[in-house]
Design a binder for this molecule. Structure first.
Ligand code: F6P
Length: 321
């Protein structure tokens, strides 16, 4: 392998720049040329390629977002787009690809592998923690820390007014951010897409809300009901309730990566290049039980479930005193 290209794709996540640095440093010590495509798959289609240098990238390890920029590409969903991307890779004599992104990114690579024979290695970069093949995706820890910091602030005002707050967090169809940020802030209820029980518990708890205390519920954005509907159901059973909804939104995606995500990014970036050098292809680098590992793409994008231990925690902490 003489020339590797890397790109970041899908929603940005804190730690992507650290992963880029891991990739760049490992390429450098192996005398491999490293290029980056900007704006994810869009850059592959447009041939928007830049040279990457680990001396420059080391100054980005502490920064959130992605130096290479990112996009959710519609063009790459078409065969025409993928053919254009292949032509650009061939023109630039790229021997292997490293993709940093979430499930959409890996589904894209699976489709691409039907027409492109280059080896691909993925790095899980998404705040959602919704991929199999890794205990943690890059950015999840930082996003949870950001959510916690903000929920703590909301608690101050909620306690002062004895209000009910429904706080919506990100995570797409996955409740990990909600569970971690909810348990970490002593929330009274946590609603996640994977559970049908949690809303009944929320209602039961909200019914007995006595105006002498705050009541904080964390609602995952992918929850079937959603914060607005949950609020109206609460108002049905308790019409005088003093209730507010806060959506934390994209603040969860930004900010400097946590120490954990910086280290995870470095480790996964290094692993990606080492895997390519060992002849591996079409797999995602991940961390399972603190061991680095590779999992084939088709296995990482399957439906993700919150594990039994977390489900049990939800049950314990969602129950009434
Ligand atoms: O996948 C990361 C994520 O932040 C999800 O949690 C959220 O549903 C989505 O991206 C938001 O996407 P966008 O930034 O395109 O609105």
């Amino acid at each position: 392998i003489e020339h590797i290209a890397v790109f970041t794709s899908g929603g940005d996540s804190p730690g992507m720049n650290a992963a880029l640095h891991g990739v760049a440093k490992t390429a450098e010590i192996n005398n491999i040329r490293l290029s980056g495509f900007r704006k994810g798959y869009e850059g592959l289609i447009d041939g928007d390629m830049v040279q990457l240098d680990s001396n420059e990238l080391k100054k980005w390890v502490h920064r959130g977002g992605t130096l290479l920029k990112t996009a959710r590409s519609k063009g790459f969903l078409t065969l025409e787009g993928r053919q254009q991307a292949l032509a650009n890779l061939q023109k630039n004599k790229v021997d292997a690809l490293v993709a940093i992104g979430g499930d959409g990114t890996f589904k894209g690579l699976l489709a691409f592998s039907e027409i492109c024979d280059l080896p691909f290695i993925g790095v899980p970069g998404t705040i959602d923690n919704d991929l199999a093949g890794t205990d943690f995706t890059l950015g999840f820890d930082s996003a949870v820390n950001t959510a916690i910091e903000n929920i703590d602030k909301i608690r101050d005002t909620a306690e002062s007014h004895n209000r009910i707050f429904l706080i919506e967090v990100m995570g797409r169809d996955c409740g990990y951010i909600a569970i971690h940020s909810g348990l970490g802030t002593g929330a009274d209820a946590i609603l996640i897409p994977e559970s049908a029980q949690d809303f009944l518990q929320l209602l039961e708890n909200a019914e007995s809300y006595d105006r002498e205390d705050a009541f904080i519920a964390i609602v995952s954005e992918g929850d079937e009901l959603g914060a607005e509907l949950a609020a109206s159901k609460i108002k049905e059973i308790n019409p005088d309730v003093d209730l507010r909804i806060t959506k934390l939104g994209h603040v969860q995606r930004g900010g400097n990566p946590s120490a954990f995500d910086r280290m995870l990014g470095i480790r996964l970036g290094v692993t990606a290049v080492e895997a390519l050098l060992l002849g591996r292809r079409n797999a995602m680098a991940g961390i399972l039980n603190n061991e680095l590992c590779l999992t084939p793409f088709d296995q990482v994008v399957k439906e993700h479930q919150v594990n039994d231990e977390l489900q049990n925690l939800l049950k314990i902490f969602g129950s009434k005193n």
